[in-house]
Design a protein around this ligand. Structure first.
Ligand SMILES: [Zn+2]
Ligand SMILES: [Zn+2]
Length: 358
């Protein structure tokens, strides 16, 4: 089967080699041909248009820090092909601590390494992928977990996984391991190290906040927050020897827990949804009033995020998981950033792309 596929690829490879079309050469991103949509559906929203990806990934992390925030995925459930599902790695002293595992995380890790060079190739190496902290159990933040577990195992890498998250993560992880038991057992019977196929979920059930994890590199604290109908959601605060990096998880209304998690943070990884252009959101109701009521139960408005970040004296917001809707002609890649600045945020804010480093 594998040999046949390889032969097909070789044959096809001979056929498709040729001069790129003019349209491809004009494309700013990935050389993708692009057909401007006449019909807008969840597959063709303006934020997914390659002409609306406004720059290449960048590394803006300070040279002298041992704590590097690698943005693996900035997407949301809508299927933007240029944004993997939400996922981040804090690489501290060359060792990775992952936050959330959205769709495509394994490939995003490779992309971040290819874009950013040897330091990150080593810092994200599959042997070191051990710790994951999940903000909440919505599928867009967890659907990458099977891939994070099983793809390194396919390389016979003997690193078991420790996964922290709200109540339910223990069951989710055990069920994932059980769901792939046939594959895992067959690799083990072929001589693979069983350690690589193991994963343990650790339920966090603090009433408000507490320390989840501590080692020589980092102390990780979780703070309870509110996110729509979910009972258990957490923001995380990572304190290292030289930086504080916090993650809001998905938002909603103002909550003191997020302010506490983000207090004096060097970097706050946050999400938000547009208020100005919420009429273009493909969910949340029919009218602007209905959409505001529903969407801001689940996500920060620019006003709420600016208030939280100012109260916490956050220096830098790295905006991800953006819901930056608009019509095709009016789309502005920095539209949501500008709304948060207009709402009064006093620090620096970046609209993150996959493979950025801060
Ligand atoms: Zn969510
Ligand atoms: Zn989400």
């Amino acid at each position: 089967m594998k040999l046949t596929l390889l032969m097909v690829l070789i044959v096809c490879g001979n056929v498709v080699i040729g001069k790129p079309s003019e349209a491809q050469e004009q494309s700013k991103y990935n050389n993708d041909p692009f057909t401007k949509p006449g019909i807008i559906t969840p597959l063709t929203l303006p934020d997914s248009w390659p002409i609306n990806i406004h720059r290449n990934p960048h590394n803006l992390s300070p040279d002298d820090t041992i704590t590097k925030l690698v943005v693996l995925g900035t997407g949301m459930p809508l299927p933007n092909p240029y944004r993997s599902g939400p996922g981040y790695a804090l690489v501290i002293n060359g060792y990775p601590y992952l936050v959330d595992a959205g769709e495509g995380i394994w490939r995003s890790i490779a992309r971040a390494a290819l874009v950013n060079g040897d330091e990150f190739t080593l810092g994200l190496s599959p042997e070191k992928l051990q710790y994951l902290f999940v903000t909440h159990l919505h599928e867009d933040h967890t659907v990458g977990i099977p891939s994070l577990l099983l793809n390194p195992f396919k390389l016979n890498i003997p690193t078991s996984k420790e996964i922290y998250g709200p109540t339910g993560i223990h069951d989710m992880v055990s069920h994932i391991v059980a769901a792939w038991k046939v594959d895992i057992a067959s690799e083990i019977s072929d001589g693979y190290d069983p350690e690589g196929g193991k994963a343990t979920g650790h339920d966090i059930d603090f009433e408000n906040s507490g320390i989840v994890f501590k080692d020589d590199n980092v102390t990780v604290e979780a703070f309870r927050t509110i996110h729509g109908r979910l009972e258990d959601t957490f923001a995380y605060r990572f304190t290292t020897k030289d930086r504080i990096v916090a993650f809001t998880g998905d938002g909603g209304p103002y909550h003191q827990g997020i302010v506490d998690a983000a207090m004096n943070a060097d970097v706050l990884v946050a999400e938000a949804a547009t208020e100005e252009n919420i009429l273009y959101a493909p969910w949340g109701g029919d009218t602007v009033a209905e959409k505001k009521k529903e969407i801001f139960r689940f996500h920060f408005s620019p006003t709420v995020l600016a208030r939280i970040a100012n109260e916490a004296k956050v220096k830098v917001i790295v905006l991800s998981h953006e819901q930056n809707y608009n019509s095709g002609e009016e789309y502005d890649a920095l539209g949501l950033v500008n709304e948060i600045v207009a709402a009064g945020f006093k620090g620096t804010i970046y609209s993150a792309l996959d493979a950025d480093v801060y």
